[in-house]
Design a protein around this ligand. Structure first.
Ligand code: NCD
Length: 309
């Protein structure tokens, strides 16, 4: 299975074997990601980080991963300082950056932007979130975290809660978890339920996800609770947002009903969907999850750019 030169736009671009290859390599990357060991596997390589939407974790962990692997980053982190404001098309920007770098990471507000970029670039393009579409590298680090914290993925009961309609992390993750044979429950107000297309995709892997509106009803059975933020910026109508804002909140009262070793995850940033008191519990794994972005992205970057540990 050769990764070299590959675009990663959707989780569907990866086979189960390829995902396992990334996760296994990520495990080996942990001491390097922590700075306990050093490596030069991506020495001389340049990664272009193009972020046309806000980002903290994704951008910084790609940068940290690239630097820990001995490579360097160039970036557009504030689109207002780039030629986009002069009317340059994404296609032209990509054609340019193609000549300045060895791989491109793109976050963009429009669904499909990363696929378009991949078309115009001869270098690997990694989708770091395209509108309400996909976020495959978040999925890789989520899978890594589930495997690490729950001891496996197959058969685990994963409950996803929050904005399943506009949340791109859950679109990618649901498909990948189905590929690995997890048991899925989608909890959201009907306005924000998982898109039909994702549910159908999950069914293709032989998984029939449960859809419901009450977190209280399903919490007792869960091995993993994946909490998401209501994606306010994607609502066409602000009054629709107000109808669902604050609809779910995970707190210690809810956790009394949960399994003792429940793993609570969140791609972050959180707003008010997880009470701060939960941070102190053994169940809270979202900061470990955020760290896991570094070894996982080190693994993926070295695979697509052909660096060997
Ligand atoms: C997520 C995103 O950008 O989709 N954040 C992230 O990458 N960790 C989740 C979100 O913004 O709610």
């Amino acid at each position: 299975m050769t990764f070299k030169g590959m675009d990663v736009v959707s989780v569907r671009d990866l086979s189960r074997e390829q995902i396992e290859q990334v996760l296994d390599l990520a495990q080996k990357m942990v001491p390097y990601a922590k700075g306990e060991k050093t490596t030069k596997i991506l020495d001389g390589k340049i990664l272009a980080n193009l972020f046309f939407e806000p980002s903290t974790r994704t951008r910084l962990s790609f940068e940290s991963a690239m630097t820990r692997a001995g490579g360097r980053c160039i970036e557009i982190a504030q689109p207002l300082t780039s030629s986009t404001v002069k009317g340059e098309t994404l296609a032209d920007t990509i054609r340019m950056v193609d000549g300045y770098s060895d791989a491109i990471v793109l976050r963009h507000p429009h669904e499909g932007a990363a696929r378009l970029a991949a078309h115009f670039s001869s270098k690997p393009v990694i989708n770091a979130g395209d509108g309400a579409g996909q976020h495959p590298t978040q999925t890789l680090l989520d899978l890594f975290t589930i495997r690490q914290q729950s001891g496996g993925i197959a058969g685990k009961k994963v409950v996803m809660v929050g904005d399943l309609k506009y949340g791109r992390t859950v679109h990618s993750l649901a498909e990948a978890l189905a590929m690995f044979g997890a048991d899925l429950t989608f909890v959201a107000p009907s306005l924000l339920q998982m898109p039909r297309e994702t549910v159908k995709q999950v069914e293709k892997y032989g998984v029939s996800a449960r859809l419901c509106t009450s977190l209280e009803k399903v919490i007792a059975d869960a091995d993993v609770l994946y909490v998401t933020r209501i994606q306010r910026e994607r609502f066409p109508d602000p009054s629709e947002y107000l109808k669902v804002a604050g609809c779910y909140r995970v707190d210690n009262v809810l956790l009394r009903e949960a399994k003792k070793n429940l793993v609570i995850m969140h791609p972050l940033p959180r707003v008010d969907e997880i009470a701060p008191e939960v941070d102190e519990t053994e169940n809270a794994k979202y900061f470990v999850q955020a760290f896991n972005g570094v070894p996982v992205r080190m693994a993926l970057l070295s695979l697509v750019m052909g660096g060997e540990l």
